[in-house]
Design a protein around this ligand. Structure first.
Ligand SMILES: [Mg+2]
Length: 290
């Protein structure tokens, strides 16, 4: 890679988490469930047969945010009383699993689980998110999700060089924290979907640039010019277009060398390995073990 930023490394690095820091797209071994499978199982458990059917209709959870997913499930079914079917099933599930669900999200974050009839989109989304976490959290360990080679070391290097690092993710705090703890690292400051769901900005989702500005404020970066911020992510649309709209630079993590469906723009670049990125930004040489 050629040298980036002419020796003036950005002051702030914001990372996406899924498939930028941790390889959550890969299926875990044997009896464990990947994110897509956990979503499917959680939909079935929370919303019953109606939920499973509607999920098939929309072609699986894909890369949708939880809120988008539940909203589409509500619209996907033929049943006129879709909402009441899903709501009844979800409230039954909540009644049975309330105390376990309370443990999945830090206190004061996420949406309240206060029981309302009919359940709102927010409550249904919250129950689904926590049901999915109930499946995924116990699986986080050495073997899944694997670390993206060099990502942790790159973060440490940026820290040694006085740079601020943080995570902006549609994922979840307990999951990300457990991932870092498993690998004996201190978690970076983070803004996750748990911070967004229960807040006034619950409709914001990548590529909404307000999310990135909100995260920078949370990281204490009030007076940093946007072009002194580098956002790193694997999704050219959700991550890339958010960075572009916010006016930050964007590093597209593209290990497989995929051809971009969205062409890169001025201020965006591709990288395939973190050691190469380190060389291009800081001029240092270290090699990841791939
Ligand atoms: Mg990602």
């Amino acid at each position: 890679m050629k040298r980036l930023f002419e020796g003036n490394a950005p002051r702030v690095f914001v990372f996406d988490f899924d498939n930028t820091i941790a390889n959550t797209a890969a299926s875990p071994d044997s009896a464990m469930k990947g994110v897509e499978e956990a979503s499917r199982e959680a939909i079935g458990a929370v919303f019953g047969a109606y939920g499973t059917e509607a999920l098939l209709k929309i072609g699986g959870a894909g890369n949708r945010s939880p809120r988008e997913l539940i909203e589409e499930l509500l619209q996907a079914g033929a049943a006129e009383d879709a909402r009441s079917l899903m709501c009844g099933s979800a409230l039954g599930y909540l009644g049975k699993h309330r105390s376990a669900l309370m443990q999945c999200v830090p206190e004061g974050k996420g949406q309240s689980l206060a029981l309302t009839v009919p359940a709102t989109l927010d409550t249904m989304t919250e129950i689904f998110v926590r049901a999915k976490l109930l499946i995924l959290l116990p699986q986080v360990g050495e073997s899944w999700p694997r670390r993206i080679p060099g990502a942790a070391f790159f973060q440490e290097e940026a820290g040694w060089r006085g740079r601020t690092c943080g995570i902006l993710s549609a994922g979840h705090e307990r999951f990300i924290t457990r991932f870092y703890e498993t690998h004996h690292r201190k978690p970076l400051p983070m803004v996750t979907d748990d911070d967004i769901r229960g807040s006034l900005c619950k409709d914001w989702m990548k590529p909404d640039e307000r999310l990135l500005r909100y995260a920078l404020r949370k990281f204490g970066c009030f007076c940093v010019p946007m072009d002194d911020v580098l956002y790193l992510g694997d999704d050219l649309v959700r991550d890339g277009l958010m960075a572009k709209a916010a006016g930050t630079r964007f590093g597209w993590y593209n290990p497989a060398g995929r051809a971009p469906a969205t062409p890169l723009w001025d201020g965006a670049f591709e990288f395939r390995r973190y050691d190469e990125l380190s060389g291009a930004i800081f001029g240092t040489a270290w090699a990841v073990r791939v």
